[in-house]
Write a protein that binds this ligand. Structure first.
Ligand code: SF4
Length: 315
């Protein structure tokens, strides 16, 4: 019987070191449909907070993973993120609280920040150690163009949500600004971001850009030089975190479903195995797995606490 695994990693992360991921929502359940998303178009564009999965099932998966996979003990963060917007899971608060009662590893939440104006969502994150929201532009125009939000989301409301949340939250706040060539890589937009962040507490502001194939062809990377120039407009806690290695090699490794199938025909693999064996970003692997699973070409099985994929032809 096919079972969804909610836990992945630990995987190396540029921002978080070794990160053990927890996915709280079904693939591409998100309040945004960002043009730069590496996971493809959002299939469930929503602001509905719901119990997308049984929280006990997620917590059981997590406990089993911690018990069986000794490498988890060395993780720098337990990261609530995954393949959609995690704050849409209405049990996120309970899940964070229980994780904190099980382990001393700090808990981080990667969020698009769109739901923090809701008191219940903000309150649910209070026990996390680090919250990393996004703000990809300083104007409503760029917000609508880049993030393509679900109906009902209002830019000003998101900014006031960031202000009130970061005023109350006691943990670290790392705010990501994801910049796109010819859309948001200009002085005017960065100045607008800065103005909007006046009332927002940030421990770090992290500038990022496209490093792997994006959802839309017009979502293009900003050069290192341009990013560093724009950085000078921001306060001292700002840094560039983009992975320029792909740009510098001028290579974007294309996702190839056949390569994944060929590998799985040889041996069952975890997502992490596939990422290492094929030299692909984990997010890319996740995207391909979703497509191949939907087409019935691969299947999934939990063995020794890890989720393995194998070719359906061998099932
Ligand atoms: S980048 Fe994040 S917030 Fe944007 S559509 Fe993808 S999963 Fe949602």
């Amino acid at each position: 019987m096919k079972k969804i695994s909610h836990i992945f990693g630990p995987v190396p992360s540029r921002r978080l070191g070794r990160s053990l991921g927890i996915d709280l929502v079904p693939f591409k359940t998100c309040s945004f449909d960002c043009v730069y998303c590496q996971l493809g178009r959002t299939t469930n564009l929503t602001v509905k907070c719901d119990n997308y999965y049984d929280p006990d099932e997620i917590l059981d998966d997590f406990k089993e993973k911690l018990k069986k996979d000794k490498s988890c003990a060395g993780a720098d963060y337990i990261t609530i993120s995954g393949s959609g917007e995690p704050t849409l899971n209405s049990s996120i608060g309970r899940i964070i609280d229980e994780i904190k009662s099980i382990t001393d590893i700090p808990v981080s939440v990667l969020t698009n920040g769109s739901m923090l104006w809701k008191n219940d969502v903000a309150d649910a994150l209070m026990n996390a150690d680090l919250v990393a929201p996004s703000l990809d532009g300083g104007t409503d125009e760029v917000f609508r163009l880049v993030n393509r939000p679900a109906e009902g989301l209002v830019f000003e409301q998101i900014i006031s949500g960031l202000e009130s949340f970061t005023g109350k939250f006691r943990g670290d706040v790392w705010l990501e600004v994801f910049l796109l060539k010819n859309i948001s890589d200009n002085e005017k937009e960065i100045e607008a971001v800065k103005r909007n962040l006046k009332g927002v507490r940030t421990d770090r502001i992290q500038l990022n850009t496209v490093a792997r194939p994006a959802c839309e062809n017009f979502a293009l990377p900003v050069t290192r030089l341009k990013m560093e120039t724009l950085l000078t407009l921001l306060p001292g806690n700002a840094e560039v975190i983009a992975d320029f290695s792909m740009q510098e090699r001028e290579v974007f490794r294309e996702a190839d479903e056949q390569e994944v199938l060929n590998l799985l025909e040889r041996r069952p693999c975890t997502k992490e195995d596939m990422s290492v064996s094929l030299g692909m970003h984990l997010n890319e692997v996740v995207k391909l797995i979703e497509v191949l699973e939907r087409s019935g070409l691969i299947m999934n099985e939990i063995k020794n606490g890890s989720s393995y994929y194998f070719s359906a032809a061998h099932g």
